[in-house]
Design a protein around this ligand. Structure first.
Ligand SMILES: O=C[C@H](O)[C@H](O)COP(=O)(O)O
Ligand SMILES: C=C(OP(=O)(O)O)C(=O)O
Length: 357
């Protein structure tokens, strides 16, 4: 017997306007597999990062690149310049390129290449995932390891095998979902202080991510699964400043190391020269790096890494959805970035500081 309901009594999908298929992660991985050279880059990149974090490798971790990728050709152009420059500084700096595809927004805005690769509100997510995986393979094949922010808890199944260093942003550091995700990720993960400047939330997240968890997710076939994780001992705090001002000063670094010590965690921090530490003014990132270089030279404890937002052209521009053809080549459509030549100069300065210490 068929039971029919009065349609006005329907209970679910009242606000979901469409549900369409997502490619299974395993299929994308088969289409775009990791070859031996890329596997070597990721392996070496992760081992190097862990060594710097643990202090067994005396280099400085530098995570540098665009705020977001919106044009894969420009991202590759940038990657080629960075790979060549980083090679000459390899004894002092462990360089990881920011290749960010997922943007957490304060309210609304373009949410990154995976969500809307056409930059036109068409949300071709399967295409976005393909473009993201392709770019990660291409950048890594230059011998340059990549770093991504993980925002959507499903996305890592599609790309995480090619990621050397991960990040959890200021808006999700308190989220249990993201802390559980970190506990499963195979690479070191930096976790940011909150947008209001709360550092303890990042320390708590680092502690939670180091523990084992059991939670619901998907497997590589895209099927709902229960995941049991071992915990990630390679998570670390990123000081990114806040709307109230910067927090890269020696006092905050020392206070953060104290909080980590109290929580039984390794004492190390990465400083984000952008965001609240630069007041989102890209020019001020250079001032932050200048000060940090002096402190690194003097051997300040715990300063393990630096993050820079940088692209080919300096500054930022607004995207009008559907008008990507009007954009300036190599300029950010999210946060303002340093231009390439200033970036190269700042990398040289950081390398000089490491050499001097
Ligand atoms: O890093 C990028 C941005 O700071 C972050 O995605 C928030 O951007 P919004 O405040 O412009 O939304
Ligand atoms: C979104 C980012 O930063 P935050 O989470 O610090 O705002 C970012 O680094 O791209």
């Amino acid at each position: 017997m068929t039971i029919t309901f009065d349609p006005t009594l329907a209970l679910d999908n009242q606000r979901t306007t469409s549900i369409s298929p997502l490619i299974p992660p395993a299929l994308l991985r088969e289409e775009l597999p990791v070859g031996e050279a890329v596997a070597q880059t990721v392996h070496k990149g992760r081992t190097g990062t862990v060594g710097v974090l643990d202090g067994t490798d005396d280099r400085l971790l530098v995570v540098v690149g665009p705020c977001s990728v919106h044009d894969t050709a420009a991202a590759m152009d940038y990657a080629q310049r960075l790979a060549a420059h980083a090679e000459g500084l390899g004894e002092q700096l462990h360089v990881v390129m920011r290749v960010y595809f997922e943007k957490p927004r304060t309210t609304l805005g373009w949410k990154g290449l995976i969500n809307d690769p056409g930059l036109d509100g068409s949300f071709a997510v399967n295409r976005g995932l393909r473009m993201a995986r392709r770019l990660l393979l291409d950048v890594s094949s230059l011998g340059l390891p990549v770093g991504c922010e993980f925002l959507d808890p499903i996305t890592p199944q599609f790309i995480a095998d090619i990621v050397t260093w991960g990040s959890i942003g200021a808006r999700t550091a308190a989220s249990q979902v993201h802390r559980q995700l970190c506990s499963a990720l195979s690479m070191p993960v930096g976790i940011k202080n909150s947008t209001e400047g709360d550092v303890q939330v990042a320390v708590d997240a680092t502690r939670a991510a180091a523990a084992s968890h059991v939670f619901a997710g998907i497997n590589s076939d895209g099927v709902a699964a229960l995941l049991t994780t071992a915990g990630n001992p390679d998570c670390h705090v990123i000081l990114r400043g806040s709307a109230a001002g910067p927090n890269y000063d020696a006092g905050t670094v020392s206070d953060t190391l104290g909080r980590l010590r109290k929580a039984g965690l390794p004492e190390r921090v990465l400083i984000d020269a952008s965001h609240g530490n630069s007041g989102k003014d890209h020019v001020r990132q250079a001032e932050v790096v200048g000060e940090l270089a002096g402190r690194i030279e003097r051997g300040e404890r715990g300063l393990t890494g630096v993050m820079l937002e940088s692209f080919l052209a300096g500054g930022r521009q607004d995207l009008t959805l559907g008008r990507a053809d009007e954009l300036t080549y190599g300029q950010s459509i999210t946060d303002a970035c340093l231009d390439w030549s200033t970036t190269a100069r700042l990398l040289d300065r950081l390398a000089e500081a490491v050499r001097a210490r």
